[in-house]
Design a protein around this ligand. Structure first.
Ligand SMILES: Nc1nc2c(ncn2[C@@H]2O[C@H](COP(=O)(O)OP(=O)(O)OP(=O)(O)O)[C@@H](O)[C@H]2O)c(=O)[nH]1
Ligand SMILES: [Mg+2]
Length: 442
């Protein structure tokens, strides 16, 4: 193999954090300041949260791509969800980037999902830039939070190099970033400059032909299924004849009917895409997430995307209640099953199995909230069905039974600690400890 070459015109970065620590709001500010939005042009807040349920609930559900241009460098940004139930989205997004911006709320500090996303990033060997965000909060405690972040890195066995992370303080909502706490920043320049300086440019093997890892799927009424992913080696060209290597490394022949890259929030058609860029290919009906798209002459699979296993399961059944058929358009088991299997194509953390009785399906995922979002999405699409109670998925290894566990952080006043422990928390919790007014239980 010849030595790798860096594509210095480009950077790929994911924004990761615990829920509500300000990822999507920061992306808004990056849009405004990179010149994508004209001065005076009104845009909605959290513009990346464009799914109906995301806007209604004020949270990010699916990871999404966009791109900005900073002083001639294209920065592909992946905004990811912070809710634990959508952790699979983060794992998928990390397959497209060389670094992650780890946002931590200056008051709340690192929380359970900060740990999960950082662990995945460190395991993938990616560079981390830490952003202590929301330093405008009255209860901000950035110095303590920084120590907690160091502790978390150490706890996760970060290497010396990873521990020397670049650090930025920010008020994402006001579009301000600064390198220290003393002087208030003016804009996001310190953040953009740090990204360009510190994120390794994508590297590729100049002797290898086109090779891309499919990390997401899209759909267009005009173009059909779209494969989204990073070009690992070589140049992508529209009208190229390529092959897709599936999980069994079987080859499916494809022709790229249209090639697009991200520009801002939109997709821009192009004839040719550079190594390292994130591209959207049309003409690829059979492709699945994790597949490799490459040339006929050199069909080499890339490492497939692996995500954590599901923790809860729920049975989806046809509606057998007296009100059956009164609400939905699609009521038959075949329709419900078809829709559920379609979900597994896009959603890497969902698995669907046949229920064994021709009327039901067992859906496995990461949590009740993820299930609730899937159920509500299907209901709005016109499906009608019944669901059973969510059940924990136990694993049996070496004669022992394991169950998933969650970390629960409760913010409360000292005199309520007794009540929280006796009532609110499950009987089987284990207490980790207090942190001033903060109580952590499991
Ligand atoms: N005080 C303060 N609040 C902020 C700042 N940035 C974002 N927020 C608020 O934090 C809340 C969450 O912001 P989001 O951008 O949706 O957070 P997120 O990390 O994308 O959330 P998820 O994607 O659901 O995990 C919103 O109410 C924002 O207005 C900031 O710099 N300072
Ligand atoms: Mg968000």
């Amino acid at each position: 193999m010849s030595s790798l070459v860096k594509n210095t015109r480009m950077r790929n970065i994911a924004i990761i954090a615990h829920v509500d620590h300000g990822k999507t709001t920061l992306v808004d500010a990056m849009f405004r300041q990179s010149g994508l939005i004209r001065a005076g042009q009104e845009i909605d807040d959290r513009i990346m949260d464009n799914l109906e349920l995301e806007r209604e609930r004020g949270i990010t559900i699916a990871a999404k791509n966009c791109a900005v241009n900073w002083k001639g460098t294209k920065i592909n940004i992946l905004d990811t969800p912070g809710h634990a139930d959508f952790g699979g989205e983060v794992e998928r997004a990390l397959a497209m980037v060389d670094a992650a911006l780890l946002l931590v709320d200056a008051s709340e500090g690192p929380l359970p999902q900060t740990r999960f996303v950082l662990k995945k990033t460190l395991e993938a060997g990616l560079k981390v830039i830490v952003v202590i965000n929301k330093i405008d909060r009255q209860d901000a405690r950035p110095n303590e939070v920084l120590n907690e972040i160091y502790d978390l890195f150490i706890d996760l066995d970060a290497t010396e190099e990873q521990l020397e992370f670049p650090l930025i303080y920010a008020i994402g909502r006001e579009g301000i970033a600064q390198k220290g706490l003393e002087q208030r920043g003016e804009d996001l320049r310190p953040l953009f400059d740090t990204i360009v300086e510190q994120v390794p440019p994508p590297s590729y093997d100049p002797d290898e032909p086109f090779q891309m890892l499919v990390a997401d799927l899209g759909y267009s009424d005009y173009l059909g299924r779209l494969a989204i992913g990073r070009v690992v080696n070589g140049w992508a060209r529209s009208n190229d004849s390529v092959v897709c290597l599936d999980a069994l490394e079987q080859q499916i022949s494809l022709k790229v009917s249209k090639l697009q890259v991200y520009e801002g929030l939109k997709l821009q058609e192009t004839e040719c895409a550079e190594p390292g860029d994130i591209v959207v290919l049309a003409g690829v009906e059979e492709v699945k997430i994790g597949d490799t798209i490459c040339t006929h002459d050199s069909p080499k699979p890339l490492k497939r995307i692996k995500v954590e296993e599901p923790t809860v399961s729920m049975r989806f059944t046809i509606n057998t209640s007296p009100f059956a058929g009164t609400e939905g358009k699609y009521v038959q088991a075949s329709k419900v099953g078809e829709r559920l299997f379609k979900e597994t194509l896009r959603n890497v953390a969902i698995q669907v199995e046949d229920g064994g009785d021709r009327e039901s399906f067992v859906v496995k995922g990461r949590g009740e909230f993820q299930m609730a979002i899937l159920i509500e999405t299907m209901r709005r699409e016109g499906f009608e069905f019944c669901v059973g109670r969510p059940e924990v998925i136990y694993r049996h290894r070496n004669g022992a039974t394991y169950e998933p566990m969650e970390h629960l952080f409760v913010d409360c006043k000292e005199n309520f600690i007794g009540i929280v422990l006796s009532g609110g928390v499950s009987h089987r919790h284990q207490r980790y400890g207090y942190h001033e007014l903060l109580l952590c239980g499991v």
